[in-house]
Design a binder for this molecule. Structure first.
Ligand SMILES: [Zn+2]
Length: 232
């Protein structure tokens, strides 16, 4: 288990170093020893997470580890996606300021503009929490009901935007989820820059699928590089 906790701690630091997480946001991993559990840090800034900070939760978002540490309020994001998507083994939730603008301008949709983000093919859904929590919520996914609604909006996709809040992405491995989180943010930066220049030529769905397949074989190269950067 210590190896898996190390991987989650490393993912936290990689995502911090790449600007996807700051004092907030989190990354989790389905427990390889029990698919009905997941590993997630205690309530703390991602940059400071070490293996000893990783706790185990069940798919109701309840703490399994024997610990009195505070948990992240939004752990239900992870619990609900692991319940809904058996093939998913890692989830990243981010408040990236590069992505948030795409959650709050209804006429603009996040779409793949670059071969590195082919996994964003189609229209990335935007979760409107008002439809489920009314007009006065704090926008946080603070219970399993809201987590399940978010997972429904994600559907079979790779990422879901969250209006006025951020985004959540997932993958079949920690490496894939981290890659998708970094390149969701990267695509948002590129798309915003291009929109300021003029009309955009987006990837076709066919290009996005082909690019995504090509990139899947390259993820370990990126992970190894990010590991060296973040291994402090
Ligand atoms: Zn959040």
């Amino acid at each position: 288990m210590s190896e898996h906790k190390n991987t989650v701690a490393l993912a936290n630091r990689i995502l911090f170093q790449n600007g996807v997480l700051d004092a907030f946001g989190h990354v989790s991993m389905r427990n390889p020893l029990n698919p009905n559990e997941f590993l997630l840090a205690r309530n703390m800034a991602p940059a400071q997470v070490t293996a000893s900070d990783i706790l185990i939760f069940n798919l109701d978002g309840l703490l399994v580890s024997d610990s009195s540490e505070k948990s992240y309020l939004e752990r239900y994001i992870h619990a609900a996606i692991y319940s809904a998507r058996p093939e998913i083994n890692s989830v990243v939730h981010s408040h990236s300021p590069a992505v948030v603008p795409f959650t709050i301008v209804p006429s603009v949709r996040l779409r793949p503009v670059c071969h590195m983000s082919g996994f964003l093919r189609g229209l990335v859904p935007n979760f409107e929490i008002r439809q489920h929590a009314g007009p006065g919520s704090d926008l946080l996914i603070r219970d399993l009901y809201l987590g399940n609604r978010l997972a429904e909006t994600l559907g079979k996709g790779a990422a879901v935007l969250m209006r006025g809040h951020g985004f959540t992405t997932c993958g079949e491995s920690v490496q894939e989820a981290v890659y998708r989180a970094i390149y969701t943010q990267n695509n948002a930066q590129l798309q915003a820059a291009a929109m300021a220049m003029g009309e955009i030529v987006y990837l076709t769905d066919e290009e996005a699928v082909a690019a995504d397949m090509a990139n899947m074989g390259q993820i370990s190269r990126a992970w190894n590089f990010w590991t060296i950067q973040a291994d402090f």
